[in-house]
Design a protein around this ligand. Structure first.
Ligand code: MF3
Ligand code: CO
Ligand code: CO
Length: 339
């Protein structure tokens, strides 16, 4: 992990974001520049995921068709029809299958010692090779081409110089923009030998996603999805993150359809054939409360530092159920109980 320039927090204190290799004694001033004793400041972060160095933003060749935010980092929003045309749906199948394939290949790279930046390079190149744009890149200013969320990081982790460690779990979230539409999918992978409690968390999280997908039925309210997910998580004494939700998707990365992963009767929008949205539950070992850490304004971690896992598919509501647009070639192509 290289040195990073110190940054200031909101109070103007100069903060060092990467700890030195020799940590202070408990009563010494903390390394981060907060002015507090080490034991009252960063000691509780020992064993937690710490930020590495983020490499410069990568470029995308001119021949790749880019989404409107690629140049500016600002995503214009417009009223996109919730029910898609057959033509859009066919293009979303292409984008979905591409994202699924790249996610599976990126997952095969996961091993102790590889950095999340190396995984980002792979996803970036693999996406461009296939003639697509990596949707996360510069979306609302996001600096990388994939999200890599390790252990207690809930989502939107930024790839950096941190090497994955034996026993970590890591979520990779891949989205491709091709043919004018997005396909969005993610999965959580094991790094080397992972403890049984974390393995169970990942297994139940994948099941939660499939319970949610099976609740996609035309004529039913979106709240059915959250109910199915929450019931399964609760049965395993696991928490459901509320701060991040599934979303409508199509020509825009995120549209106005909101898919809660917990039950709320106000989620009364009726699912109609032709609607496209994601189901992407984030499930926790402890509290579902989140907080932002790091100075990047992206990385969300659990409030108690316990681990969290996530799986995601992009879905199409059909006349009699659901079609998983990110299933072809996927890490998790069907529900475990249907395999
Ligand atoms: N792929 C994420 C999702 O599932 C969104 C990532 S936005 C980014 O909605 F800017 F962080 F890339
Ligand atoms: Co999504
Ligand atoms: Co995603």
């Amino acid at each position: 992990m290289g040195a990073r320039p110190p940054t200031a927090n909101r109070l103007g204190n100069v903060l060092q974001t990467v700890p030195p290799s020799v940590l202070p004694q408990a009563n010494d001033a903390c390394w981060c520049g907060s002015g507090r004793k080490y034991k009252r400041c960063h000691k509780p972060l020992e064993g937690r995921v710490l930020q590495g160095e983020v490499s410069p933003m990568r470029s995308v060749p001119d021949h790749i068709v880019k989404p409107p935010y690629a140049a500016t980092g600002e995503a214009p929003r417009w009223a996109e029809p919730r029910v898609k045309t057959p033509d859009i749906i066919e293009r979303m199948r292409v984008a979905g299958a591409m994202a699924a394939e790249i996610l599976r290949l990126a997952g095969e790279m996961v091993r102790p010692g590889i950095t999340t930046d190396e995984i980002d390079v792979f996803v970036h190149e693999a996406t461009i090779e296939r003639g697509a744009y990596p949707s996360p890149l510069n979306y609302h200013g996001y600096p990388k081409s994939v999200c890599t969320s390790v252990n207690e990081v809930i989502c939107h982790g930024i790839p950096d110089s941190r090497a994955l460690q034996d026993g970590d779990i890591v979520n990779l979230d891949v989205t491709c923009y091709v043919g004018g539409v997005h396909g969005d999918t993610n999965a959580t992978f094991f790094v080397g030998e992972v403890d049984p409690v974390s393995r169970n968390l990942v297994k139940v999280t994948e099941e939660c996603m499939w319970k949610g997908i099976e609740a996609v039925v035309p004529g039913r309210p979106l709240s059915d999805i959250g109910r199915a997910i929450e019931n399964h998580a609760k049965a395993h004494k696991l928490g459901v993150v509320r701060a991040f939700i599934g979303h409508g998707i199509g020509e825009q990365f995120h549209t106005d359809i909101q898919v809660l992963h917990y039950y709320d009767e106000r989620a009364s929008m009726i699912m109609r054939p032709g609607m496209t949205f994601t189901v992407e539950p984030m499930i926790t070992l402890g509290s579902w409360q989140h907080r932002m850490v790091f100075d990047d304004d992206w990385t969300a971690v659990t409030a108690d530092g316990k681990r969290t896992a996530q799986f995601e598919h992009t879905l199409l509501v059909t006349d009699d159920g659901v079609d998983v647009l990110t299933a072809p070639g996927a890490v998790s192509p069907t529900a475990p109980w249907a395999r």
